[in-house]
Structure formats: structure tokens, C-alpha cells
Design a protein around this ligand. Structure first.
Ligand code: AMP
Ligand code: GLY
Length: 423
């Protein structure tokens, strides 16, 4: 099969790395990819928000399947675009149609969906500019801290957690007055849940599903989970506090009603569901849905899948996921993200990277890199993820850290305490 994978981060390198191991794969294209994906497939320079460009490429290169890494093309309706075009409708796209992608694209929709299908989540109400005063009253009825969420996609920055009531009221007004552009035309205010977070991934064909290895990521830039939010600074899988009993709760109270809800709503969903969960008093609650894999969670989840990923995707497309079993690697996996100095605020690109060839016992998943002549240069805030297996978390992390020290580029920074809260 010829496969086109959309995206350019560490998540896409991990997916490409795994697809490249499939006996079913003939040719793998990645658009636009990075220096890492170029080692397991062919990068192509097309704009993944221009569906006509994707169509031309798919038809002229005999592509048999499209796999979507990031959420944006899904929220923009790439699945609907393929289904409505006669020349494309038999080429499966792994990902939900637009009506499903809205689970990530609109927090208000996601909350309404969860309340309709009795899926545990924080209590909430949604406000618009015309209901600002009611929103302030709702804030007064809650206890600090106050959680304010822009309804739409806001590049991961649309959630504010504030301790002071007046500040929360002012922020609500600011958001409804366009602080995040159209994304904050509606604002969800919700009850703060105090617990420990984890990420659970499901691959569904719309009716059957496989629960993939779960993970925990570390979003803050600073050690001890301090400082600004980032795309993610590291991850581990499995999560030590998730036992079979807790996983059963997640399956019965969250995964099954989610899949059932999608069916009831007549949403065509053949792809990943990423459940951002929080454990409070030993019960799982949904913090958010994403319609893609997590990053950097993918860099620890994918290495722990033993099954052929392309075969899983074929069954996803055909609606036959019930016909195969998912095989997992029993080992732990950790990843440590090396980032550019200044990230997640402004940072420089184009720094030469060295010593990558010295890394033998970890897997390097490139995030923001590019090739230039025979050099590899940094090309983003998150630069490269160092993923390692181990018999336990400490063992895996030791390898990731040994190798994180070896990779060199000017301004390299990484958190040295991934997994600190789980030891
Ligand atoms: P989200 O974009 O919805 O995942 O929110 C970003 C982050 O804010 C989450 O990963 C949590 O750490 C935090 N968060 C969101 N909602 C809540 C909540 N209701 N209670 C506590 N923390 C939250
Ligand atoms: N690591 C969190 C995310 O991908 O949204």
C-alpha cells in the first residue's frame, strides 16, 4: 500500500517509523515531514490545509490511504472532502469527519456531548458576550481556582486557570471580547478538578475499538510542573497508577458511552480518540477530547504497540477492528523532549545538531528539525524526542537522559524530572 501521512512533528515521526515497519507498506509519503521522517519515507512539500493539493498528490501517486496527524485538517473537514469527491471516496482517511472533529474543535460541543451521554466531566456552563453578566454570577457560585476555556482551537493556549475571582471575571470579559479571536466567542467555565492527569488513546472504526497503551505527559516548561504551558516536555507509558480496575472504569464509564454517543449522533468516526483524563478520588473524569494522538505521548505509545500499525489502520477503515487483537510491548517507554532556548516563548531556529548518530539504544523522534545539505538543523521549539525502553520507568528514563545529554545543539534545554510525581 502507498500511504500519505500528514504532519511534521514528533508524533508524525513516531507514526511514520512504525508504518515503515509494516509488511503491507510499499511507499510512505509524509507531508511536509521533518528530517526524521525523511529517514523512513519520502517528505513532500504540500500545504496540508490545501485539500486540492492533497487530492492532486494522492491521485497522481496512487496513494491508497491518508493518515492525519494533527487536528487542523480534520477540523477543516478533510474526511468530508474525500467522501464527497468521486475520485477520492474509496481512499480511506484515518480520522473523524468534521462532525466528529468538533469534539476537539469546540469545548462547548464536547461538554454538551458528555452531559448528554452521562460521561463524567467537570460541571460547566457556557457563555457568550450577551451573557457576560450571567457568566460573572456563575463564577461567584464557584470556588477558586476558576477554569475558563475558549470554545474553539487556540493553539493550546485557550485555557486559563485563575485563583482570583475579580481576575477571572476580567478574563472572562477579555476572552468574550476577542482575546483569542473567534475561538473565544464562547467561553466554557467549569469546576476545577483536583487530581492527577493521564492520557488514554483509543483507535475506533466507529463501532469497534482498541484501547492503546496509556501515557502521562508533562506540559509545563519548568521542573516540578512549573512555568508556562508547552506542547509537552516528556512522557511515560504505562502510567504506574493505572491498574486494571481503574482501566475498566475508564472503559465502561467513558470509552463505551463515547463510542455509543458518536453512533447515536450519526458521526462517522474512523480514527484516534485521545481522552485527556483526570483521576479524582479514584474516579476518571474527562478534561478534554482530542481527535488525534497526543504529542509527545505518541513517542511512548507507538513504540509500545507490537501489532502492525498499517494493519490496524486497514481494519479501522474497513470497520473490522474486532477481527484483530492488539499486541503490546510489556516494557516501559519514556521520552524526553529537547527544546530550543526560549521555548515556549520566542526562540531561534537553524542551530546545527550534532551527535545524533551516536544514539544507539534510544529512538530519536524528530519534532522540529530539517535537513540542509548534509546537516540537520533545528526548525522548531520542540526539537527532538529521546524515547527509550526499560524494564521499569526509572530504567527507561535513565537511558533517555543519558542520550539527551549526548545530542547537542546550541541552547538545548530539557526537563530533568520527567516522571517525578510517579516515583
Ligand atoms: P485542556 O486544553 O482542556 O486540556 O486544558 C488544559 C489543561 O488545563 C489541562 O491539561 C489541565 O491541566 C487543566 N485543566 C483543564 N480543565 C480543568 C479542570 N476542570 N480542572 C482542573 N484542571 C483543568
Ligand atoms: N500532549 C498533549 C497534546 O498533544 O495535546
Amino acid at each position: 500500500m502507498n500511504v500519505l501521512l500528514l504532519g511534521s512533528g514528533g508524533r508524525e515521526h513516531a507514526i511514520a517509523w512504525k508504518l515503515n515497519q509494516s509488511s503491507k507498506l510499499t511507499k510512505l509519503y509524509i507531508a511536509p515531514g521533518n528530517a526524521g521522517t525523511a529517514s523512513v519515507g519520502q517528505n513532500i512539500n504540500i500545504n496540508i490545509r490545501q485539500f486540492d493539493e492533497i487530492k492532486d498528490f494522492v491521485l497522481s501517486n496512487n496513494v491508497n490511504m491518508v493518515v492525519v496527524g494533527p487536528e487542523q485538517p480534520l477540523v477543516d473537514g478533510i474526511v468530508d472532502y474525500f467522501l464527497s469527491d468521486k475520485s477520492l471516496q474509496n481512499i480511506p482517511v484515518i480520522g473523524p469527519e468534521k462532525a466528529g472533529a468538533i469534539l476537539e474543535g469546540s469545548k462547548d460541543f464536547a461538554k454538551e456531548f458528555m452531559s448528554k451521554y452521562n460521561i463524567p466531566t467537570a460541571k460547566y456552563q457556557t457563555f457568550t458576550k450577551s451573557t457576560l453578566e450571567k457568566g460573572k454570577l456563575f463564577l461567584e457560585s464557584l470556588k477558586a481556582p476558576y477554569v475558563l476555556k475558549a470554545d474553539g482551537l487556540a493553539a493550546g493556549k485557550g485555557v486559563l486557570i485563575l485563583n482570583d475571582l475579580d481576575e477571572a471575571k476580567n478574563s472572562l470579559a477579555g476572552m468574550l471580547n476577542g482575546q483569542f479571536g473567534d475561538a473565544s466567542n464562547k467561553v466554557v467555565i467549569e469546576e476545577f478538578l483536583d487530581g492527577i492527569e493521564l492520557s488514554v488513546f483509543v483507535l475506533t472504526d466507529g463501532s469497534n475499538y482498541k484501547i492503546l497503551p496509556h501515557a502521562k505527559d508533562y506540559k509545563r516548561i519548568g521542573e516540578g510542573d512549573t512555568g508556562l504551558n508547552t506542547g509537552g516536555m516528556g512522557a511515560i507509558s504505562p502510567v504506574p497508577f493505572v491498574d486494571d480496575k481503574f482501566l475498566n472504569k475508564i472503559e465502561n464509564k467513558i470509552i463505551k458511552p463515547t463510542i455509543e454517543g458518536l453512533k447515536q449522533e450519526d458521526i462517522c468516526y474512523k480514527g484516534f480518540i485521545f481522552l485527556g483524563l483526570i483521576k479524582v478520588n479514584n474516579e476518571p473524569y474527562v478534561i478534554e477530547y482530542n481527535v488525534r494522538m497526543g504529542d509527545p505521548e505518541t513517542e511512548v505509545v507507538i513504540p509500545r504497540i507490537k501489532s502492525d500499525l498499517l494493519e490496524l489502520f486497514v481494519h479501522t477503515a474497513n470497520g473490522t477492528l474486532n477481527q484483530i487483537t492488539l499486541q503490546e510491548d510489556e516494557r516501559f517507554c519514556s521520552t524526553v523532549m529537547l527544546v530550543a532556548q526560549g521555548y515556549p516563548e520566542s526562540y531561534e531556529k537553524g542551530k546545527e545538531m550534532n551527535n545524533l548518530h551516536l544514539i544507539k539504544d534510544s529512538i530519536l523522534f524528530h519534532a522540529g528539525t530539517k535537513s540542509c545539505d548534509d546537516k540537520i538543523l533545528t526548525n522548531g521549539g520542540r526539537v527532538i524526542a529521546v524515547s527509550s525502553y526499560g524494564k521499569d520507568m526509572v530504567d527507561a528514563l535513565k537511558l533517555s537522559y543519558d542520550n539527551a545529554d549526548k545530542v547537542s545543539f546550541e541552547g538545548k534545554y530539557f526537563r530533568k524530572d520527567i516522571g517525578f510525581d510517579l516515583k
